[in-house]
Design a protein around this ligand. Structure first.
Ligand code: 13P
Length: 256
């Protein structure tokens, strides 16, 4: 059975004080029967506080970073290293989010270096892939996904590949009024699993969770997660309020 993961990507929202308030409200709302791994990726400034709160609450969530650099230390102004994240008990790191690619110019090759560094330092990369609206309209989404996966993962040993998570986030569905259509999304998740099989083997590809991201909310989460190759969600806006995020987790847990 693949791990099912529901993750919050807070992007550049949430101060330390807001994080504290969120955590207190949220921890009380996590259902007893929760079957999902719950991840929160706060801004880097709130990681230490979240780590401390979570340790006190017996690790009810897993911590994720939104980005990192690939070197352990050095003259890299503004960057955060894998060992700095490990020190805060961070387990996952989102890499290659479309906002990093589009706004900060991250290339597939840079994302590939980060993926290797994360694996080396025993952090689980959440590798984000996804096409733009223009690419989708031109029917190029599979070509784009295949390239993003191949460049980021080629040459990674199968034993390490088992530790990655892929997040399919069609760029046109992020921060949008409407999400993608779950049935169509399933087809692309199945395609991503085919590419992962080609890059490793079927047994490894079967173990890799593939999350969907892009306007997930309480109303649509169950439909996404009931698709056979959609193994979780990566959630932006709807994860910023404790009640809303908890409601999503509750809705997901109602699935049989
Ligand atoms: P929204 O859920 O706000 O569309 O953001 C999705 C996202 O980018 C998660 O990484």
């Amino acid at each position: 059975m693949r791990k099912k993961i529901i993750a919050a990507n807070w992007k550049m929202y949430m101060t330390v004080t807001e994080t504290e308030n969120f955590y207190r409200a949220f921890a009380a709302e996590i259902p007893q029967n929760n079957r999902f791994e719950i991840l929160i990726a706060p801004p880097a400034t709130a990681l230490a506080k979240l780590s401390e709160l979570n340790a006190r609450a017996s690790q009810r969530i897993r911590l994720a970073a939104q980005n990192m650099f690939y070197e352990e230390s050095g003259a890299y102004t503004g960057e955060i290293s894998p060992t700095m994240l490990r020190e805060l008990f961070v387990r996952y790191v989102i890499l290659g989010h479309s906002e990093r690619r589009q706004i900060f110019g991250e290339s597939d090759a840079l994302v590939a270096r980060k993926v290797r560094a994360a694996l080396h330092y025993k952090l689980r990369p959440i590798l984000c892939v996804g096409e733009t609206r223009e690419q989708r309209e031109a029917g190029k989404e599979k070509e784009i996904l295949e390239r993003q996966l191949r460049v980021a993962l080629q040459g990674v040993e199968s034993s390490s590949l088992e530790s990655i998570v892929v997040a399919y986030e069609p760029i046109w569905a992020i921060g949008a009024e409407r999400s993608a259509v779950p049935e169509q999304t399933q087809q692309l998740h199945a395609f991503i699993r085919c590419v992962l099989t080609y890059l490793s083997n079927a047994a490894v590809a079967e173990k890799i969770p593939i999350q969907y991201g892009g306007s997930v909310n309480t109303g649509n989460v169950a439909e996404f997660l009931s698709q056979p190759d959609i193994d979780g969600a990566l959630i932006g806006r709807a994860s910023l309020e404790a009640r809303k995020f908890a409601d999503i987790i509750k809705a997901a847990n109602k699935l049989s």
